[in-house]
Every structure is written in C-alpha cells, then in structure tokens.
Design a protein around this ligand. Structure first.
Ligand SMILES: Cc1cc2nc3c(=O)[nH]c(=O)nc-3n(C[C@H](O)[C@H](O)[C@H](O)COP(=O)(O)OP(=O)(O)OC[C@H]3O[C@@H](n4cnc5c(N)ncnc54)[C@H](O)[C@@H]3O)c2cc1C
Length: 302
C-alpha cells in the first residue's frame, strides 16, 4: 500500500503486538506515522478518497487488537507531540495557564511539563500511560480527576477533512467516555491549569504513584482496567469476590494483585484475553447479577 506524497513512515504488515501495552495483536495492513500535522491532513484526505478503513493509535495502552490484525491503516500520531503554554491570566482563585498539547504527546510528559511550570490539576494522571489523544478519547482519569476536568477545547479533524474546535461542553466527557465519533481524529487540546507550588505538586504525584505500585501489577504487560466500574462498585472487587484472581486462560491471567487487570504472562493471544473476559463476565453475572462492560477497546479481526 503506497501513499502519495507522504513524508512520514509506512510499514506494511506491521505486528500490532509491537504497538500495544498488552504486547498482543496481529498485523496491520499498513502502519503509518505522518511526519507532522500537514502530513496527517494529506494522509487522511487520501484515506478518505480511497475509502480505506483506519484506526488512530495513541500509546496503545487501552487496546486489545485481535490475533488476525487490522485490515486497514493504523495511523500513529507519535510525531505530533508539541506542548506549549499559549496564555497566562489571573482570575478568581489564582493564576492560570492555557496549555496547548498535540494529540501524540504522552500524558506523562504533559504532567512533567506542568510540574516544571508549577501548574496544578494534572496530578491525577500520575502513572496513567498513553497519549493526550487517547486520554481525551477515553476521558482517562481516576477518582481524583479526569482529563476532561482540565480540558477547555479540543481540535478535531472531521471525516470530511475539516479542522473544528469543540469546546468542553460539546465534548460529552463522562466516565471513561467522550464524544469522539468514529472517523474523527483528535489533533490537539487546550487545557487550563492553575498555578501551584512545585513541591506540593511533586509530593502529590509521588503519593499517587506509590499507591498505584501497591495496588497494581508491575512488570507484566497489561492495558490497565479491563472493565468499567459498575455504578458505585469496583469491578476488581466483584471479580476478586468471584474467586478469579490468578485464574488464567492460556497465557492470559487475572492479576494476582488486582482483579480488574489481565496480564500477559508471555505469549498470550488476544483469543486468550477474550476468553478470559467471557469467563469473568459470566461468573460476575452469576454471582453478583452485575453485567460488566469492557473499558478496553477491542479491535481487528479474529
Ligand atoms: C498500567 C496501566 C494503568 C492504567 N491506568 C489507567 C487509569 O488509572 N485511568 C485510566 O483512565 N486509564 C488507565 N489506563 C488505560 C489507558 O492508559 C488510558 O485509557 C489511556 O488514556 C489510553 O491512551 P492511549 O494513547 O494509549 O490510547 P490508545 O490505547 O492508543 O487508544 C484508545 C482509544 O482512543 C483512540 N484514540 C487514540 N488517540 C486518538 C486520537 N488522537 N484521535 C482519535 N482517537 C484516538 C483509539 O483509536 C482507541 O479507540 C491504564 C493503562 C495501563 C497499561
């Protein structure tokens, strides 16, 4: 598959296991990394004209790609990762900065940038991997806060090729969801953060990181929480109460440390993970009469 005038990189039959935190996933027909925003716009125009299927990839930290891979074009935004402060102002409650972050910037780098500039509001992101685009799409966060809370506006590329600005209220941020219809590409976001004290911000981040290390598995490939928490309940607790911690299908295992994490013990397939997810759903429904819904995005062919 060739792309006219593309300045970025193209790899054909690229294993998606190289691009997901699960380290699972069959090949994408084409894996394309546009060189910059102009290159992305030209690529998306060509994808539209040729009527190709596509998937926008962030860090691949919330993705399960099936073993047959993805028939179409995977578009990685990793070359679009600029972060800057565009404006500072004073208002009720203190001094504020407006940050502009491109979709391919990692959330960790954005958080470090905010520490460097003594800005508070992103501490909740401590330990959440992935990119700004993926975080916005998922409204990533924890009970301490979500990316939507600090997002003022998002620039999206629509299926018809227009760049549009969507303000916070139009983004429909909810629990692990946002209004990013299929076919739209998040290009950039404007976030508003408040001036704070660097040492307090760093302390908070360290506390949250320590808590994560205690509660979550480290060292084995995973994609974070597999299921959304049902109203007022922790999916991990329900799974643990169903006696499933440590339960495995093939090389995929419910983490011994956290019931809502599935870890790849090495060589797990997407089929292993999907089968394990079915077992979890059945057992939790049987035991708690609760229907679990996946938080991870499942894509591709068997
Ligand atoms: C160890 C670990 C801990 C985690 N902890 C948390 C946590 O505490 N809270 C939490 O919310 N999540 C957590 N996650 C899940 C994951 O990190 C987040 O959902 C993250 O925001 C996903 O970002 P990503 O860039 O990796 O997205 P990807 O996995 O690459 O993509 C996720 C979805 O977003 C879409 N997408 C990505 N970029 C764009 C774009 N620019 N435009 C349009 N669509 C796009 C993709 O097509 C896909 O549908 C954790 C994951 C791991 C591995």
């Amino acid at each position: 598959m060739n792309f006219t005038n593309l300045r970025g990189e193209v790899r054909l039959q690229e294993p998606m296991s190289r691009h997901t935190s699960y380290q699972i996933g069959g090949p994408a027909d084409a894996f394309v990394v546009p060189a910059d925003r102009g290159d992305l716009l030209a690529l998306m125009a060509e994808i539209r004209e040729r009527n190709l299927r596509f998937l926008v990839l962030g860090g691949g930290t919330n993705l399960l790609v099936r073993d047959g891979g993805f028939r179409g074009v995977v578009v990685s935004l990793r070359n679009m990762a600029a972060i800057s402060i565009t404006r500072e102002y004073r208002s009720v409650g203190g001094s504020y900065a407006v940050l502009s972050a491109e979709a391919g910037a990692s959330l960790a780098r954005l958080m470090n940038f905010s520490v460097e500039h003594e800005l508070t509001g992103l501490e909740f992101a401590a330990g959440i991997p992935g990119t700004v685009g993926g975080a916005l799409c998922m409204n990533a966060g924890t009970s301490r806060g979500e990316i939507g809370d600090v997002t003022d506006a998002v620039t999206l590329l629509t299926p018809s090729g227009d760049l549009v600005l969507r303000h916070h209220d139009e983004m429909g941020f909810g629990y692990r969801t946002a209004n990013v219809p299929p076919g739209q590409v998040i290009v950039e976001a404007k976030l508003i953060l408040r001036k704070g004290e660097r040492e307090r911000i760093k302390e908070r981040i360290s506390e949250l990181m320590a808590g994560r290390k205690e509660r979550q598995p480290w060292g084995l490939p995973n994609a974070g929480s597999v299921f959304k928490n049902p109203l007022d309940e922790a999916a991990g607790k329900l799974i643990e109460q169903a006696g499933l911690k440590g339960f495995a299908v093939g090389r995929a295992q419910i983490s011994e440390k956290h019931g809502n994490f599935i870890v790849n013990l090495g060589g797990a397939t997407a089929a292993d993970v999907l089968k394990l997810m079915e077992v979890v759903k059945e057992r939790v429904l049987e035991m708690h009469q609760v229907r679990l819904e996946p938080e991870i995005k499942i894509i591709g062919e068997d």
